[in-house]
Design a protein around this ligand. Structure first.
Ligand SMILES: NC(=O)c1ccc[n+]([C@@H]2O[C@H](COP(=O)([O-])OP(=O)(O)OC[C@H]3O[C@@H](n4cnc5c(N)ncnc54)[C@H](O)[C@@H]3O)[C@@H](O)[C@H]2O)c1
Length: 377
């Protein structure tokens, strides 16, 4: 029988629910898993929130104090689903207690915070995984394989976006994501831009320098739905930046939470010397490939549907084109977490990679403030 790894989850909001979906679905999708998650304990800001989450999600125990979860000897992995403001304190306490850390992105309030957490994890020798969900899409693995096989030649350019419109309406109330003290100085850039930066680094490599612009478009929002009382928005609604990659390629990324009409526009196009790859997050089970090696009279982007030839799609479905969904990313992530902690199989991104992503975000904000190119630390 597979070993059990006991999960202590901190936070019980939207992404916590997706993590629970991942843990619960994983054993049937990945019967080869070397370990199975056990929902041991959940903590939230108070007793009532934690008790409600325990019964909703099916954890064995709960606590209104996350410190008790970390001290608990029956917890192996601390799964952090709190907003950024809490990541440093919870993660450092978990690492000091010798627990493995599974943390939501973008990790901490800044690149320096995540660097500090990553260094502590390295010193303690604990394993870490960060919830950059979209990297789990089997088509990202396929795009990387195409690039590594030389299917598009040398990379010349990366164009990426993560745009959504969840705050496009000025009547949408102020939420913690608009507060730099809770979400960090990077607003849409941290919430959404961090995801496309994770993809850019995964597919096109190290980012050497950026030249960016970030701005708050809707300067204040009602404190609650329908309220006349307004609160100032403290971080960016949209950001965009030019990129110099270490390999000499160039790029451009944009992220917005007010992109009217964009529901899940996590998009990239990688242009190479012999071809190109296009992906559109609103069609997450398709990828387009152009090759200049095709006969000239039939060249054009061809659509390839995700299927069992794109691992681990075949674990979910035996037939191509049937499609995975957003939450399936978390099923794959749960499997990778089990393999990482029980077998030491490498899983990315870890905290060290999250730190490099955080340094890119910091450089974009600095570049925007100073109106110049910034070399990423
Ligand atoms: N990987 C992804 O695709 C993805 C998607 C959504 C959110 N996230 C990340 O997950 C984390 C949590 O986001 P969420 O959407 O679950 O948030 P949420 O608002 O739905 O839930 C937040 C949880 O944290 C608790 N909390 C602790 N301190 C808080 C504070 N100061 N303000 C508000 N809530 C506080 C709340 O009680 C709640 O349990 C964030 O780091 C976010 O960036 C990742």
């Amino acid at each position: 029988m597979a070993r059990e790894l006991r999960i202590g989850m901190v936070g019980s909001g939207y992404i916590a629910r997706a993590h629970v979906y991942g843990y619960r679905t994983m054993p049937s999708v990945f019967p080869e898993a070397a370990a199975l998650p056990r929902l041991e304990m959940i903590a939230d800001l108070d007793e009532a929130l934690a008790a409600s989450a325990r019964s909703r999600f099916g954890f064995a125990r709960h606590s209104g104090d996350w410190r008790r979860l970390i001290e608990d000897s029956a917890v192996d992995i601390v799964d952090i689903c709190f907003p950024s403001v809490m990541h440093r304190e919870v993660a450092l306490a978990a690492i000091a207690a010798g627990k493995h850390v599974y943390c939501e992105k973008p990790v901490g309030l800044s690149g320096s915070e995540v660097s500090e957490i990553a260094a502590a994890a390295a010193r303690a020798g604990v394993k870490s995984l960060v919830g950059y969900s979209y990297l789990r899409n089997p088509l990202i693995g396929f795009a990387r394989k195409l690039i590594q096989e030389g299917a598009i030649g040398e990379i010349v350019h990366f164009r990426g976006a993560h745009n959504e419109d969840y705050m496009a309406d000025p009547a949408v109330p102020f939420v913690w994501r608009c507060d730099p003290k809770i979400a960090g100085e990077a607003g849409a850039l941290g919430d959404l831009g961090s995801h496309i930066v994770s993809i850019a680094r995964h597919l096109a490599g190290e980012i050497r320098a950026v030249c960016g612009q970030a701005r708050t478009v809707i300067k204040e929002r009602p404190v609650a739905a329908g309220s006349r009382e307004m609160r100032q928005v403290g971080n960016d609604d949209e950001a965009q930046f030019l990129i110099e990659f270490a390999n000499g390629a160039t790029g451009h990324i944009e992220s917005s939470r007010i992109a009217t009409g964009s529901r899940m526009d996590i998009t990239y196009e990688i242009t190479g010397t012999h071809g190109a790859i296009q992906f559109d997050g609103e069609r997450m089970n398709e990828i387009k490939l152009f090759s200049d090696r095709d006969p000239v009279d039939r060249q054009g982007f061809r659509t390839i549907y995700a299927g069992p030839t794109h691992p681990p799609y075949g674990n979910f479905l035996p037939a191509p084109g049937h499609g995975l969904g957003f939450n399936d990313h978390k099923v794959i992530e749960a499997f990778e977490l089990m393999q990482l902690v029980s077998l030491g199989e490498p899983a990315m991104p870890d905290l060290a990679e999250a730190a490099r992503i955080g340094q890119v975000l910091d450089a974009v904000l600095r570049s925007s403030a100073e109106r110049c190119w910034i070399t990423v630390a």
